[in-house]
Design a protein around this ligand. Structure first.
Ligand SMILES: [Cu+2]
Length: 69
């Protein structure tokens, strides 16, 4: 299992939390996702055999938020 913390810009309210947690949490291979709204951070745990960092970044981007690489 891989654990990462991503810095995500643009999340401002509970709707944003649900959008990010819902989209990332819906990816195959993601076992845990937690948004820290006050810090602009997203903790994610996933199986590298099933999904990738790029897939997660894309899922967040699709919701309209920017991941700072
Ligand atoms: Cu919001």
């Amino acid at each position: 299992m891989t654990a990462e913390t991503l810095n995500v810009k643009g999340m401002s309210c509970g709707h944003c939390v649900q959008a990010v947690e819902g989209s990332v949490g819906g990816l195959r291979g993601v076992s845990n996702v937690k948004v820290h709204l006050d810090q602009g951070k997203v903790d994610v745990e996933y199986d590298k055999e099933v999904t990738s960092h790029e897939d997660i970044v894309e899922a967040i981007d699709d919701q309209g938020y920017d991941v700072e690489e």
